[in-house]
Design a protein around this ligand. Structure first.
Ligand SMILES: *[C@@H]1O[C@H](CO)[C@@H](O)[C@H](O)[C@H]1NC(C)=O
Ligand SMILES: *[C@@H]1O[C@H](CO)[C@@H](O)[C@H](O)[C@H]1NC(C)=O
Length: 340
């Protein structure tokens, strides 16, 4: 079941690579005579910064959900822009996918809208499996709430091993952060990286472990066991991100608007409680993903962009859908909240 991390005859289908992500490639590419088929890697940085890294195949507006799906599925006609490289894999191949950026319940961000919804991503993985174009797949995902991208959604029997940075309702933790005039958060980044965080405890843990361990021997299971009991970090990624963003009034607007909508729909006292419900493990965030998407759209049409910060409220919208709220009621509540 567990695929070793080392790979051979490595064909890189780079999607987007972070500056610091260049290490990822180097640490993965290593000759190994026992490989079967071709080994592919898709590296996705949802960040809209760091344009200057030279080995990106899809950048800027071309780093989008549609292209990501096209790359995974090996479907060139689904692409717009970029190098046109796709995972043109066969039945004996192994595929590694690594995503790093911000997420919220049931969603992960791309540099431009729309976000990647859990349901759609899992449909793509199902489709990839049905096309019999891989033997094993490993998906590492770094984002807040990233467990919610797969919990109750990833089908058994797809031969996909997934590890996420966080549980369905948990932040992921930043490190290698430096902010002017403040002590570093977690490890200090190298000189020259101001006002940013270069890593996340999840990714840093597996990358640094991969550098140290004999990758011909260590299995993903062993690596997972090594870190599953790791202590919590000192800095929530969302908190670090908050420091990066100065848009305090914008955040208050989003928080207040969502709360107010919840109160209109469920009552002043029950509203906040209903919005924060976390479903038991093994149950997806929401049953009706179209409802969830439309509620986010309705919110944005009346109240403005949810913003990356506001991703955390996606669970609230999911709970409105789960409670059977109809679109017209949501529309009226959002309008009433944000029209004045
Ligand atoms: C490839 O993408 C195009 C455009 O989205 C779509 O019409 C077509 O059905 C896809 N092909 C396969 C094999 O999925
Ligand atoms: C980073 O911060 C240091 C010290 O505050 C400063 O000297 C340096 O110019 C800054 N570098 C960048 C790239 O902003």
């Amino acid at each position: 079941m567990f695929v070793k991390i080392n790979v051979a005859s490595f064909v890189v289908a780079l999607f987007v690579v972070l500056v610091e992500g260049s290490n990822v490639i180097e640490s993965i590419v290593e000759d190994h005579e026992h490989s079967i088929g071709t080994q592919w890697a898709v590296l996705v940085a949802g960040s809209s910064d760091w344009y200057n890294y030279r080995h990106q195949d899809y950048t800027g507006k071309y780093c989008n959900a549609q292209n990501f799906y096209g790359v995974i599925l090996g479907n060139k006609s689904a692409l717009t822009g970029g190098s046109g490289k796709v995972v043109n894999s066969g039945p004996n191949d192994h595929i590694f996918i690594y995503y790093a950026d911000h997420g919220g319940p049931g969603v992960i961000d791309m540099p431009i809208e729309p976000s990647i919804y859990a349901k759609d991503l899992n449909e793509v993985l199902k489709k990839k499996h049905a096309s019999r174009t891989y033997k094993k797949m490993v998906f590492y995902m770094e984002a807040c709430d990233s467990g919610s991208m797969f919990d109750g959604l990833l089908n058994e029997g797809l031969n996909i091993y997934v590890t996420t940075a966080s549980k369905p309702d948990e932040d992921s933790w930043a490190t290698y952060c430096s902010f002017s005039g403040e002590p570093c958060l977690g490890e200090c980044p190298p000189k020259g990286f101001n006002n940013t965080c270069l890593g996340d405890l999840f990714s840093v843990s597996w990358l640094e472990n991969s550098d140290l361990q004999d990758r011909r021997v260590e299995t993903l299971e062993k690596q997972y066991q090594r870190f599953q009991d790791a202590p919590e970090g000192s800095t929530r990624k969302s908190e670090a991100y908050r420091k990066l963003s100065e848009a305090i009034s914008e955040r208050e607007h989003v928080d207040k608007s969502v709360k107010h909508i919840g109160q209109i729909l469920f009552g002043v006292n029950n509203g906040p409680e209903v919005l924060n419900i976390v479903r038991p493990a093994g149950q997806p965030l929401v049953d009706d993903w179209d409802c969830l998407k439309s509620f986010v759209k309705i919110f944005e049409s009346h109240c403005g962009s949810l913003t990356r910060y506001g991703r955390k409220h996606v669970r609230g919208f999911a709970n409105m859908c789960n409670a059977g709220i109809q679109r017209d009621r949501m529309d009226a509540a959002a309008k009433q909240t944000c029209s004045s």
